[in-house]
Design a protein around this ligand. Structure first.
Ligand code: SAM
Ligand code: TMP
Ligand code: ZN
Length: 408
């Protein structure tokens, strides 16, 4: 029997193409006392037969994921800090030039992007439900509303602050299953000539790189230019630009405006043509992806098992949310990877979700260096390999698993 669900964009039939089985919450790093009550759900992904939107088959309640101790920090990567500074400057020079402009960021996290806006004196508001990271932003002098953005929040903001010239969301829109409420809220809050800009992992890149670890509880939607264009139309917007980004393993930054307000760029039609040529949501493409994922699932633990049997030491690098899918789907626990190091204070001293691998600070990595490092934060490979070049000089080797299992 094919497994189906109802599309969160168009109510069409979503047909499953890959099931990862029981998975924990990807950002629920545990203390030993938490082990008993660990939450699991079924992680499976499908594609809508009507609007092509790729999405999870099961939704995790939002308060389980985004709360006071949500650990992810936008400022954890130097490359991402530069990335957010660049988009803030672009908004300031290209969009926020009228009288008393106003910008709203959804999922403003620790304020890495809004800090640049705040320093320039432009009116702004971050909407961030995770209390701990919202407090970090507030401590930097950023105006934050601790809340989930949705239609009612948008009405409140409009009443208090007036319409927004820019609404921006990075790595946040794809986290939100209740899209109708979000886009109605954006419609309410956005000034007539304003833009809604959001950037998220690009499904065509996930297919090309077989980066199956982009699939986890928090990533509910996997956008393509085609599915975003349909979603925009359905909710009264027009997709006017789509810009490919190299961050986080390949993303697209989408710009939505009111219909007719802006001339759509060539990039939109070019990417639509590329997606259609590549057959990104064709059943055969999705089946091919699922079988490549199956191969990685066999090869990665086999390699780690061989290294263990040879007495080699392997450490994990980057306790990413993505790594929850890899460790739990491939059956990788502390017997294969005894610890994983990560710069995030809120993850250190805890155990990774489901697989229960201890998380240590990056200092543990060189004390002494292991022979191999499994790079879970492969999307930050350049930054990390540069920072850890002494590991290579000491004879260490990196293990990567996307697009295939290899040692470099
Ligand atoms: N924008 C930051 C970045 O790109 O680094 C943070 C991304 S983080 C992966 C996702 C953020 O979205 C979290 O801080 C979470 O609390 C927030 N979030 C989740 N649901 C939200 C909602 N309905 N409205 C606003 N923020 C939300
Ligand atoms: P992300 O892939 O969701 O951005 O998560 C990256 C994780 O990797 C985050 O927990 C921080 C960690 N990290 C390090 O430990 N060292 C680093 O140099 C970088 C860039 C990230
Ligand atoms: Zn649909």
């Amino acid at each position: 029997m094919p497994v189906t669900s109802s599309c969160r964009i168009c109510s069409g039939t979503v047909r499953e193409f890959l099931d990862f089985g029981r998975q924990p919450l990807s950002d629920a790093f545990l203390t030993p006392e938490d082990l008993d009550g660990e939450f699991f759900f079924t992680l499976a992904v499908g594609s809508c037969e009507s609007c092509t939107m790729v999405q999870l088959m099961e939704e995790v309640p939002r308060d389980r994921m985004f709360h006071e101790s949500y650990p992810y920090l936008s400022s954890g990567s130097a490359v991402m800090r530069e990335h957010f500074q660049a988009i803030a400057k672009r908004f300031l020079s290209a969009e926020l030039t009228g009288p008393d402009p106003f910008v709203v960021e959804l999922g403003s996290n620790d304020g890495t992007m809004l800090r640049v806006i705040a320093e320039s004196g432009v009116r702004h508001l971050g909407v961030e439900p995770s209390g701990g990271v919202a407090d970090l932003a507030a401590a930097k002098g950023i105006r934050v509303r601790k809340d989930f953005f949705e239609e009612a929040t948008a009405s409140d903001i409009l009443a208090a602050d007036g319409p927004a010239d820019v609404i921006y969301a990075a790595n946040t829109l794809c986290h939100i299953p209740y899209m109708e409420s979000i886009l109605r809220g954006v419609d309410r809050l956005l000034a007539p000539g304003g833009v809604f800009v959001f950037e998220d992992p690009y499904f065509a890149d996930i297919l090309e790189r077989t980066s199956f670890d982009q699939i986890y509880d928090e990533h509910f939607f996997f956008f393509t230019v085609r599915s975003v264009q349909e979603m925009a139309r359905r909710f009264g917007f027009e997709l006017v630009d789509a810009e490919r980004l190299s961050v986080h393993g390949g993303e697209v930054r989408y710009t939505l405006a009111r219909p007719g307000a802006r001339q759509p760029s060539r990039a939109v039609s070019d990417l639509l043509a590329e997606e259609s040529a590549a057959g990104v949501t064709e059943p055969a493409t999705l089946e091919g992806f699922a079988s490549r994922v199956g191969r990685i699932r066999e090869q990665l633990p086999a390699l780690l098992g061989e290294l263990r049997d040879e007495g080699k030491r392997v450490a994990g690098y980057g306790a990413t949310a993505k790594s929850a899918t890899v460790t739990n789907y491939c059956g990788i626990g502390p017997e294969l990877v005894p610890f994983v190091c990560d710069t995030t204070a809120g993850k250190q001293g805890r155990l990774t979700p489901g697989a229960h691998i201890p998380v240590r600070s990056p200092e543990a990595f060189s004390d002494p260096y292991p022979e191999y490092a499994l790079l879970f934060a492969w999307n930050h490979a350049e930054e990390i390999m540069e920072k850890e070049k002494e590991f290579r000089e000491a004879g260490g080797k990196w293990i990567l698993y996307v697009p295939e299992v290899r040692v470099v």
